[in-house]
Each structure stands twice: as C-alpha cells, then as structure tokens.
Design a protein around this ligand. Structure first.
Ligand code: TRP
Length: 436
C-alpha cells in the first residue's frame, strides 16, 4: 500500500521566503516521490481560532492557495483541499472529542503558552483561551485520522499534536474497533535536511521577529529592498570574507546549485564586496521566484479558478472521507434503526441463504431434550419434539448433518413458523455442503 502523507497549512499571514524554503518547496518535492499519496489542505478552521477578521480570513486563504499553486503544486497528483469544505472533519472532531481526556488537553503547549502569557500579564489564566484554542489538538487529530495518514510532515512545534492524535486514535481503536484498527497511527515527520532560513538579522526568518524577506508581496522591488537590509559584517570590498556563518550566504545557498555556491564562496574569499554579493543574491532568487510571482499574480486575479481547483480537491478528498465516516458512525452506534422483526426484503433473504444455519441442543423445564435448527439471522427453521434422552436428540442432529434434507422424512420435527419446506431443504443442503 502506498504511504499517505498529509499536512495542513494554517491560513493566516502572507508567506515569506522562509516559509517557501522551509515548508512549501520541500512538501511539493516530497509529493513528487513515487509511492506517495499526498493530502495537502488549507487549515481554515484552525485559522478561525487565531483570527476574527472575516476579510483577513478570506484574503489569507486566497493568497496561500495561490502561493502553493504558483510554487508548482501538481493537483493531479496531490489532493489539495480546504478543511472547511469537508464536513466529515467537524463530525469526526466530535466523535474524537468524546473520547479525549481533558487532562491531556491541559498539557498542550499552545494552550499552556497562552495561559502563561496571561498570568505573566497579571490576567486570569484563561483570559485569552477560547474552547477553539483549548481543543485545537482534537481538530488536528480529526484532520489527520480521517484520511488515515501514515506520515505528517510538520515543524517541531507541532510534534506534540501528532502524538496526541496517535493517542486519540489508539483509544478510539480500542473502544470501537472490535479487533480491527479503524485508524492508522500517524507519525510526525520532521525534515531534518531542510535548513531553517535565517532572516535579515540572522535569527530564524519569522513574522514574529519582523525580519522576513517577502516571497511575492511587493514584487521584485520589495525583494531587492529586503535583501539590501540583510545584516553583514563591515568588511570593505577587496577584503577577504568568510562565507561560513554569513547568513546572506545561507540565503544564497538555499537557491543555488553546487557550482554556483562554490563560485560565490570563492569570490567572497577573494574580496567580493557585500554590495555586489547582494546583487548576485537578488538575481539568483529573482530568477527562481520571478516566474512563480507571475503565476501567482494571475491566480490571485482569477479567484474563481482557485475555487474550482479547491472544489475538485474537496470532491476527491470526500471519496476517502465519506465512507470512513460512515464506518465510524456505525462503530460508535450511530446506526440506522432497523427493527429485528421487520419483514425481510427479498435481497436480505437471498443473502441469508448463503449463510450457514446452526443446530442447537438444549433441555427444557419439562426435563426433556430438544434440538432446533435456526437460520443465520436467528429465525426458527426446525423444532424437534422432546426426547427423554439427550442421546436421542444428538443422534437426530448427527443424521441431519450427514444426510441433510433426506432425514426429514422420518424425523420427529415441525417446521418453524413463517418458513417452508423449500427454505428448510436449502438450509440443510447448505449445512451439509459447509461441512464437506
Ligand atoms: N496546526 C498546524 C500548524 O500550525 C496546521 C495543521 C492543522 C496541521 N491541521 C493539521 C498540520 C494536520 C498537519 C496535520 O502548522
């Protein structure tokens, strides 16, 4: 079976160069591996936890979808959808909520960090905690388990959430699986090989440090301006420079092939000025990002195209989600009501013919021994008279099992109510055949 890889992209903010190098590019590359079935989705329900501005929610979903598509996501290989287009996710979220211990949610880092921040600010511990934030890991577990993902590529900060998803899956399997695993236990996957891109000041590129280089926003000019602000040492042109540890070089190398890297390092050692070096970095990144930016602009100008792609993705995703959810509803007991005594349809009766009937021997309050033959659905086919000796009942059962319907000729039995000779003959024939 192919490996299912699934990851969610929270739709807040505008992607920067660090997001591209650290998440988007490696995920798209991984989705091209053979034997991998990828599910990527816009986690817009998760975005609602952090943002209550509808226009920002809308804009961010559009920009992030356009970014992934412009960066080369191949939607014929990858199932690319919006979380909020899959109603099965919220339904599963509830089934999981009912088996998740509150104590486990108390330990979630994201929730604890919010509590710590409130306490530090002298506020009530739960001042800024919505139930959305508190239950965030359960929604994430629903995202993952609904598609039975094996591998979930995430950043380090998300590893605890994947472990929680495993825990919930295990508990659910144990409670409702009856020996069958309803859910695959997912594994977090941290891309060790992907370096985190440094920002303008050398710390990890992050919106919270205000040190980002925009990916598409502001065009080529914004890219150039940002790179001009990258901090370097104060060596002058002509002075040899050490490429190791210069974060301008790290950013360069994230976009360069081996030969271009080697040439850049050698030129810095022999005195290339930082100004010229930055110009080379701008050219290199622009050559990579420029064509994507054009595709991005085109997509953002045609949101209806993105909408079509996402609708098609949702349709594909639901071919997996809908049957699994039906099975889960059945497993927890949310079943259609069908009365046991309801008249059987012709189809059901036909299905039962193929199931094997059973003989039962028992003793009644009258102290006599009896046997009866019941169909697979429990309905009575044959009822014996009472025998003084258990051996007599056993002898008849043995004859039926070897001779089948032939034994009916002289057996002290009556047909069950609502059945007929044809049905009993068929049942006995099936029984003999099953024993052969
Ligand atoms: N919480 C994840 C993040 O902030 C996004 C996410 C939501 C996700 N659902 C997921 C990631 C399921 C992986 C799997 O990065």
């Amino acid at each position: 079976m192919s490996q299912r890889v699934l990851t969610g992209i929270t739709t807040t903010g505008t992607p920067h160069l660090g997001n591209y190098v650290g998440a988007i590019r490696p995920a798209i590359a991984a989705s091209r591996e053979p034997g991998v079935e990828s599910f990527f989705f816009l986690a817009d329900y998760h975005a609602l936890i952090k943002c209550d501005d509808p226009d920002r929610i809308e804009r961010s979903r559009l920009e992030i979808a356009a970014t992934w598509l412009a960066a080369g996501l191949d939607t014929s290989r990858v199932t690319f959808y919006r979380q909020s287009d899959i109603p099965e996710i919220t339904e599963l979220n509830w089934l999981l909520t009912c088996v998740t211990a509150k104590g486990q949610m108390n330990r979630a880092h994201a929730y604890k960090a919010t509590v710590d921040a409130a306490v530090a600010a002298g506020e009530e511990p739960d001042a800024n905690v919505t139930m959305g934030l508190y239950c965030y890991p359960i929604l994430m577990a629903a995202d993952i388990l609904l598609f039975n993902a094996h591998r979930v590529p995430v950043g380090r900060d998300q590893v605890q959430h994947i472990e929680m998803a495993r825990d919930v899956a295990q508990r659910f399997n144990h409670l409702f699986g009856r020996g069958k695993d309803l859910f695959v236990l997912p594994q977090a996957e941290i891309e060790e090989s992907v370096a985190t891109l440094p920002g303008l000041d050398g710390r990890k590129m992050s919106k919270s440090y205000d040190n980002t280089v925009p990916l598409f926003e502001g065009g080529a000019k914004a890219l150039k301006d940002a790179i001009a602000r990258i901090v370097t040492d104060s060596k002058l042109p002509g002075e040899p420079k050490d490429p190791e540890g210069a974060h301008l070089v790290t950013i360069h190398d994230a976009f360069a092939d081996a030969a271009t890297r080697a040439a850049f390092h050698a030129d810095l050692r022999s005195g290339l000025g930082w100004g010229d070096a930055k110009q080379r970095v701008v050219q290199l990144i622009e050559a990579h990002v420029g064509p994507m930016r054009d595709r991005y602009a085109d997509l953002v100008a045609h949101p209806e195209r993105i909408e079509d792609i996402l609708q098609e993705g949702a349709r594909k995703a639901r071919t997996t989600a809908t049957p699994l959810l039906a099975e889960l509803r059945q497993a927890v007991g949310l079943r259609r009501m069908v009365a046991a005594s309801q008249p059987r349809t012709a189809k059901e009766a036909g299905a039962e013919k193929s199931a094997v009937p059973v003989f039962k021997q028992y003793r009644e309050a009258d102290n006599l021994f009896y046997f009866k033959l019941t169909a697979a659905d429990g309905s009575l086919l044959l009822q014996s008279q009472g025998f003084a000796e258990g051996r007599e009942a056993g002898g008849w059962v043995k004859r039926f099992k070897t001779e089948g319907a032939a034994a009916l000729a002289d057996a002290p039995v009556t047909l069950g109510e609502g059945t007929d000779r044809v049905a009993v003959d068929a049942a006995l024939t099936a029984l003999v055949a099953a024993q052969a």
